[in-house]
Write a protein that binds this ligand. Structure first.
Ligand code: ADP
Ligand code: ZN
Ligand code: ZN
Length: 743
């Protein structure tokens, strides 16, 4: 006998209610996860539509009480069925519950819709609006009033119109319907009216290499061959231009496309390129939007009002009727991995979604993730390459400077002689320089010279960070104090703040190049809305000579007047306990180098390091991905790390110090035999590298194996075991399959 777990409604409140139904033997073969069915529901056996979210061959209810499914509804897969099947796959792949997975893939309409500020503006040229007033003004006074107001003020809050002009919302909607005005929610990018009408800007004629890729993809697509492709192209090689052509192919067949771009690279310029190409058939999603606004975007996609959705990770779940293509730009970015449950990777999930929807996937990067390149080499992914920059612009020349030699030569400055000379030359020639500090979260802290301890957060296992306003703050929980005068541990007054990396570099620059106009980009200088964009636009307008910052500044921005990039200490990201550190270092250095020489002038890069012989640095200096890959994959193979091996983290969080670790020990013991039989290696448990966050202790254990299927089987076993342990509810357990950060 087979049973189906059924949900009767996919709205938020009912997700956790799963009802079991018997599958009649006639339907046993045809019902799958995602199927829409007709069921008798409740006391009166009302006939209702349900979705199958799970299948099993046993039930915990008395068999005679279980009702049977009445009918299988339309066999063709609807969007809902596809999303439910995707959620099912995600739950299996990444852990968590089905309802958590469903909530991730199916946007739910919130009951209380947050108050949204909406704005009105003209959708037509001014003379069209004026003509309308002249023609229809007498008959529709209210409409004329609104248009008149917009002619004058361009952009007016809807509320203001209804309250101060006394026009009803039906008048406003009428104008919208006639295509005269736009109603926009805050947070949505504005489509300039000349583009909204679908006027295409100038496209480029594709280069030979670009055209070859487009043709090859197009031929396969016409034949109905769906593939996953890796587009490996250096920065500025014209990948985005290729994406747009591929989208045209897909749209020409009446299908739609999703484009994932990391939020940090989702800049005005990028967005405008797509608007210019596709007008108002494009929609943009970002994390600043409210849930309601995002829901509206999804609805527009469902209604077929748009063909292209651009956005970060969550845009992947846009419910297009005929999804044809998913593009993931900068596919190596770690932000594509979710940090909440289910901890899915957008890349892997996109591949599965494409399989379900019969669509293609294109992954683009200058520095592909080891995973993608590995799969491309194995022939699982189709490989396309764009090895050269467009036009006559060449990749910059790179010099590696050994900082140990500098010290030997008596140079105690932060800048090597080579870098210093090159900066001076740029200042003379009025060209711009970027100075890059290669470290995530490298922030200032306060430490005591008597006892040597740094001032830490009492709730989290981290040091507090110095902020400009004279406070110390915890980046995990927000705990804030003013900088103490005495050491909280030994009361010594020999206590001092160490500046942040960026601040220190700024001070040094001001000392050594007093004539330079300097900009710094970090959490302190970019706080507030659009702070980020402000700093970048000042620099783009050449109102500063030197820009100092962390990875924020090396991703995706295009400054044509930058001809020099200096990496202050390339090894800062090299030595952490994470097996990704070489990959991240290589990627950051290549990205940083890619910022130089994007205009007419050739670019130069200086990489300062204490480890000039490390392969990450050697290969990055040559911009040689292949060489880096060959070295790195040896290391991964040796230690069976992904992509060669598979690894799963099991994170246990508890209020009591030893509770989580004890649970993991117990789990390890319980599973020891099965692990041994499956050849799964268990590492740990041990305290996580940040052992406490917000007073919750964190312990971690890792499973390693060469086959993902085994790891997932073990995960299921563990989940089952944990579900039976009532007394363990005090400990929260999370699974993370192939984590992008080590815990
Ligand atoms: P990537 O996405 O690989 O960084 P882009 O598509 O942004 O590269 O292209 C880099 C620059 O070259 C852009 O300014 C783009 O407008 C220009 N470009 C791209 N393809 C062509 C082409 N075929 N002819 C001329 N310019 C091009
Ligand atoms: Zn804290
Ligand atoms: Zn002290």
């Amino acid at each position: 006998m087979m049973y189906a777990d059924v949900i009767v409604d996919i709205s938020l409140e009912k997700l956790d209610h799963v009802f079991q139904y018997r599958i009649p033997s006639t339907l046993e073969k045809s019902i799958v996860v995602g199927s829409q069915i007709l069921i008798p529901f409740g006391k009166g056996n009302r006939r209702m539509r349900g979705y199958v979210v799970g299948l099993s061959d046993h039930t915990e209810y008395p068999v005679e009480k279980i009702k049977a499914i009445l009918q299988l509804l339309n066999r063709s897969t609807t969007i809902e069925s596809r999303m439910i099947a995707l959620a099912w796959w995600m739950r299996k792949q990444y852990g968590g519950t089905m309802s958590q997975a469903l909530r991730t893939v199916i946007p739910v309409k919130q009951k209380v819709k947050g108050k949204e500020k909406r704005f009105l503006s003209l959708a037509v040229e001014k003379d069209v609006a004026s003509a309308y007033i002249v023609q229809h003004g007498k008959r529709s006074k209210a409409k004329a009033k609104v248009l008149g107001e917009l002619l004058e003020k361009r952009r007016v809050p809807m509320e203001w119109m209804t309250e101060n002009l006394g026009v009803s919302s039906s008048v406003i909607n009428g104008l919208k319907e006639e295509g005269l005005i736009l109603i926009e929610s805050e947070g949505i990018y504005r489509i300039p009216s000349f583009l909204a009408k679908g006027e295409r800007g100038e496209g480029h004629r594709l280069s030979l290499q670009q055209q070859e890729i487009v043709d090859d993809f197009g031929d396969a697509y016409q034949q109905g061959i769906q593939r996953v492709c890796l587009l490996h192209g250096v920065t500025g090689s014209g990948k985005t231009e290729v994406y747009m052509e591929l989208i045209r192919i897909v749209i020409a067949q009446g299908k739609q496309a999703i484009v994932l771009i990391p939020e940090i690279a989702l800049t005005y310029q990028t967005v405008m390129r797509f608007y210019r190409g596709f007008g108002n058939r494009v929609s943009i999603m970002n994390s600043r939007m409210s849930q309601g606004e995002r829901y509206d975007q999804y609805e527009r996609a469902k209604r077929g009002e748009i063909d292209i959705m651009i956005g970060p990770r969550s845009a992947l779940f846009t419910p297009f009727q005929e999804l044809g293509l998913i593009i993931i730009d900068e596919e190596h970015e770690t932000t594509y991995k979710s940090d909440t449950i289910p901890k899915y990777h957008a890349r892997e999930t996109a591949v599965e979604l494409a399989r379900l929807a019969n669509a293609s996937v294109v992954l683009g990067s200058a520095t592909p993730s080891l995973e993608s390149f590995y799969l491309a080499k194995q022939g699982e992914y189709h490989y396309y390459e764009l090895p050269e920059r467009i036009g006559t612009r060449h990749l910059p020349s790179v010099e590696v400077v050994d900082l140990r030699e500098e010290l030997k030569a008596g140079n105690k400055s932060m800048f090597s002689r080579a870098l210093k000379e090159k900066i001076e030359w740029r200042l003379k020639k009025r060209q711009q320089t970027i100075l890059f500090i290669n470290r995530r979260g490298y922030a200032g802290f306060v430490s005591c010279r008597a006892c040597g301890k740094a001032v830490g957060c009492p709730h989290c296992d981290v040091t507090l960070t110095v902020h400009n306003n004279g406070t110390l703050r915890c980046h995990y929980c927000g705990y804030t104090i003013s900088i103490p005068k005495r050491c909280p541990i030994c009361s010594s007054s020999y206590i001092a703040a160490f500046g942040t990396g960026t601040q220190k570099v700024e001070e040094a620059v001001k000392r050594e190049f007093p004539q330079a106009r300097v900009l710094r980009m970090d959490a302190d200088t970019t706080s507030g809305k659009d702070g980020h964009q402000k700093v970048l636009s000042v620099f783009a307008k050449q109102e500063a000579d030197i820009l100092i910052g962390t990875q924020m500044i090396v991703k995706g921005h295009d400054f044509p007047h930058v001809t020099l990039v200096g990496v202050i200490a390339a090894d800062l990201s090299l030595f952490s306990n994470d097996y990704h550190s070489s990959e991240r270092t290589f990627e950051l250095l290549v990205q940083a180098a890619g910022r130089a020489g994007r205009g007419e002038e050739a670019g130069e890069v200086v990489i300062q390091t204490y480890n000039p012989e490390h392969y990450s640095i050697v290969t990055a200096a040559k911009q040689d991905y292949q060489a880096f890959y060959e070295q790195e994959i040896l290391y991964r193979r040796l230690l069976s790390y992904p992509p060669v091996g598979q690894i799963m983290a099991i994170l246990a969080m508890a209020k009591e110090e030893k509770e989580g670790e004890n649970l993991l020990e117990q789990l390890k013991e319980e599973m020891q035999e099965s692990c041994m039989m499956m050849g799964i290696m268990v590492v740990g448990p041990t305290s996580a590298s940040v052992g406490k966050i917000q007073d919750v202790y964190r312990s971690v254990m890792y499973l390693k194996n060469s086959r993902i299927a085994d790891i997932l089987k073990m995960k299921e076993k563990m989940e089952e075991y944990l579900n039976t342990k009532e007394e363990l509810k005090e400990v929260q357990v999370q699974f993370d399959v192939n984590p992008v950060h080590i815990y």
